[in-house]
Design a binder for this molecule. Structure first.
Ligand code: AMP
Length: 433
């Protein structure tokens, strides 16, 4: 078993992580830290929760804290979301508190002027989302001529969010001679293409997710009619006395609508997604973490990279179009040895998505039907609108014909636990989509 001081890191960095409570490096840290210290390129397959942030920030801090007369921004970390950028820079400050390295975080949705002012001062390490960085490049308020180390964090998600052009425009202005680190949870053809063009004989490391999803997460699938999802969801919350529920929808619009409807029905809920202001997102997140907010409704992109873990309940109000997102979503529950429950509310339009998820996980999920929510035998599938594009094919499932297949045999009838409550009428059955 190795410890942080055996990885070649400077003493002030080892001291900072020890003070922060870490004693043993995680697998990705054990492999990536020596590799990055050695100066070569790196291709790392590691997702959130594996300790990947420290795996690249620690060796970068080590390199930047060595005596030098170099000036300017020397390391650049690109992230897909504002939240992730903020978290990465927060980690840089935590681990770098005993060394003289100046970091800065930059993202859109907030005023540009304070960033311009900060850029006039000393910045050694910049953490940025691609869009705002390009704004600064166009305005010539940032200078990337001195970049020695580039990190693409959650590169798969950046491609997924359509940042490839922005990334290429940033790459074009960087010095050719530099160290490149690419972190990605998944390997699509697009990622391979990006890695091939970017990385020079990279060291490759592949880290399994911290926990196999099947182990501690109790996955349940409830089949339900399209128009009755919200009613079922409300009932599950009330019957189970769920107090901290993260619920996913496919679209921003769906997230807003669900949060509004729940709030009107007396269940405190807020939505987070890309159209919300930074302060609204931060507020919703902190209220949710503190337990004041019962339900947080999120889209996949908004939830990505946010450090909310060990939740007792994650609900897929709608299944994701990209099966990998299912794994990310349910990974929010049952962390660090505590049991969690991931519930999916699946209507007839989503059977194909469910089959895709099962194929990815190599595991069949049992379908259940809550009594009182028997399926309408005359229901017909409808196309799913506004789907996120599939990262590998570039095609959305949204325009595919919904398939009837993948039903996986007869559904089990749910027992008394979620039996229909007397107070519920048919009047609140509508409008869950
Ligand atoms: P990440 O994958 O970078 O998002 O990190 C996941 C979580 O693990 C974060 O909350 C870190 O603070 C934590 N973490 C990272 N490295 C270690 C370590 N060596 N020991 C314990 N916790 C860690």
């Amino acid at each position: 078993m190795s410890s942080f001081d055996q990885l070649g890191l400077a003493e002030p960095l080892v001291r900072a992580v020890t003070e922060h409570g870490y004693t043993i490096p995680t697998p990705v840290q054990q492999q990536a830290i020596p590799a990055v210290l050695a100066g070569g390129d790196l291709l790392a397959g590691a997702q959130t929760g594996t300790g990947k942030t420290a795996a690249f920030t620690l060796p970068i801090l080590h390199r930047l804290s060595q005596p030098t007369d170099k000036r300017g921004i020397r390391a650049l970390v690109l992230t897909p979301t504002r939240e992730l950028a903020a978290q990465v820079e927060e980690s840089v400050r935590t681990y770098g508190k005993h060394v003289r390295v100046k970091s800065m975080v930059m993202f859109g949705g907030v005023g540009i002027h304070p960033q311009i002012v900060q850029l006039r001062g000393r910045v050694d390490l910049l953490v940025a989302t691609p869009g705002r960085l390009l704004d600064h490049l166009q305005q010539r308020t940032v200078n990337l001529d001195n970049i020695e180390i580039l990190v693409l964090d959650e590169a798969d998600r950046m491609l997924d969010m359509g940042f490839i052009r922005d990334i290429r425009r940033v790459l074009a202005v960087l010095p050719k001679q530099r160290q490149n680190l690419l972190f990605s949870a998944t390997y699509s053809d697009e990622i391979k293409e990006l890695a091939d063009g970017l990385l020079n004989r990279p060291e490759r490391i592949e880290i399994a997710p911290r926990k196999a999803t099947a182990d501690l997460i109790n996955q349940r699938v409830y089949l339900v009619d399209r128009g009755r999802k919200r009613e079922l969801f409300t009932q599950l919350i009330e019957d189970g006395a769920w107090h901290q529920v993260l619920v996913f929808t496919r679209t921003k619009h769906g997230a807003n609508r669900l949060a509004e409807q729940l709030s009107k029905g007396g269940i405190p809920a807020l939505a987070i997604h890309g159209n919300k202001s930074q302060s609204a997102r931060t507020r919703a997140l902190s209220e949710f973490k503190s337990g004041d907010l019962q339900v947080l409704v999120a889209t996949d992109i908004a939830a990505r990279g946010i450090d909310i873990a060990e939740l007792p309940h994650v609900v897929n109000f709608e299944l994701p179009n990209v099966p990998e997102d299912y794994v990310h979503r349910i990974g929010r529950t049952g962390r660090a040895g505590s049991e969690g429950e991931a519930v999916s509310l699946v209507c007839i339009d989503e059977y194909k998505l469910l089959a895709d998820i099962e194929r990815l996980m190599k595991r069949k999920l049992e379908r259940e039907i809550v009594s009182g929510f028997e399926l309408d035998p005359n229901a017909r599938p409808e196309p799913i609108e506004n789907g996120r594009r599939h990262p590998q094919t570039g095609r959305g499932h949204g325009h595919d014909k919904p398939a009837q297949a993948g039903h996986g045999g007869p559904a089990k009838h749910h027992g008394a636990r979620a039996a229909r409550r007397p107070g519920q009428s048919a009047s609140n059955r509508s409008g869950s989509r």
